[in-house]
Design a protein around this ligand. Structure first.
Ligand code: GDP
Length: 297
């Protein structure tokens, strides 16, 4: 087993919340993620997010940061959880105000609750004449989910992912909720985190997007991710910038692994290349044995 280093309280520093967007189909998850991606411009940096790497970070006007998993829907969330990955700190659940609390909305709520992750509701499409946010909030109250303007504790905000109305305020509520969580990590150690997605690029080889959750990843680090390993040859952020190191809550695409690990695989940095390779090949062998066993049954 891989030993986790114990962090001293004085080594811990605040980190950005990692947020997943879930909700019923067509309620506006993709539109919300797109709007946030396009509108975000870091002070002094023109141009928004150009690459789809499966996750992106935004900086608000006040300098605070939020990291978004850029795969809308709870399939990604549950796939990662099934692999034992606890990545998300918070869930934005999008509900279209011209519709109802639908089956997938309820599923998303149960997933967040099962993971112990706070929910912020985004009551979407309020630009539509048929929108009725109060009807949604009433339905939520009927499910024992009281939002703030109904005297409860759950954050919610009326938004339009199309016009952008309310999105800024929604993100402020996400940060407020994050403050309560007191999210921290030790940036001064070998990086560890979770794979978000990975694929084979014809020109560049295996490209893996990983989310650093603790420590700092550097060029030249030797990484083990699931059954794959390799030395980090290059790192890029969601703006396509080459970067040298990535700290906690930073999503980053890396080159250098000898294959494509699976979403939800954990990654660790190893001092010793040989040890990492041994673990990788042991995992491959174990999987082979398991699949032989399933075939026999
Ligand atoms: P998803 O399936 O949850 O990712 O939903 P999408 O983001 O793909 O949105 C579904 C449809 O609703 C698309 O046609 C969007 O253009 C539309 N839509 C999303 N948000 C809004 C909104 O705030 N207002 C209006 N009028 N339409 C929206």
């Amino acid at each position: 087993a891989i030993q986790e280093e114990e962090d001293k309280p004085e080594d811990l520093q605040p980190r950005a919340p990692i947020v997943t967007v879930m909700g019923h189909v067509d309620h506006g998850k993709t539109s919300l993620l797109d709007y946030i991606r396009k509108e975000n411009v870091i002070a002094g940096e023109s141009g928004g997010i150009t690459q789809h790497i499966g996750a992106y970070g935004v900086t608000l006007e006040n300098g605070q940061k939020i990291t978004f998993l850029d795969t809308p829907g709870h399939e990604a969330f549950t796939a990662m959880r099934a692999r034992g990955a606890q990545v998300t700190d918070m869930a934005i659940i999008v509900i279209a105000a011209d519709d109802d609390v639908m089956p997938q909305t309820k599923e998303a709520i149960s997933h967040a609750q099962a993971a112990g992750v706070p929910i912020v509701f985004a009551i979407n499409k309020v630009d539509k004449p048929t929108a009725n946010p109060d009807k949604i909030k009433e339905a939520l109250a009927g499910m024992n989910l009281l939002v703030e303007d109904w005297g409860g504790k759950i954050q919610s905000h009326d938004i339009s992912a199309k016009t952008g109305v309310g999105v800024k305020e929604l993100l402020e509520k996400v940060l407020l909720e994050a403050e309560i969580l007191e999210l921290q990590a030790n940036p001064d150690k070998h990086a560890q985190g979770t794979v978000v997605e990975a694929f084979l690029d014809k020109g560049r080889g295996y490209v893996s997007t990983i989310l650093v959750q603790a420590g700092t990843l550097k060029i030249g680090d030797y990484v083990l991710a699931g059954k794959n390993s390799g030395k980090v040859k290059a790192m890029h952020d969601e703006r396509g910038n080459a970067i040298e190191h990535a700290g906690p809550s930073t999503p980053i695409s890396i080159l250098g692994l000898d294959g494509a690990p699976q979403a939800g695989d954990k990654f660790h940095v190893f001092e010793d290349e040989k040890e990492a390779k041994q673990i990788a090949s042991k995992r491959t062998q174990l999987q082979r044995e398991q699949s032989v066993r399933t075939q026999r049954h």
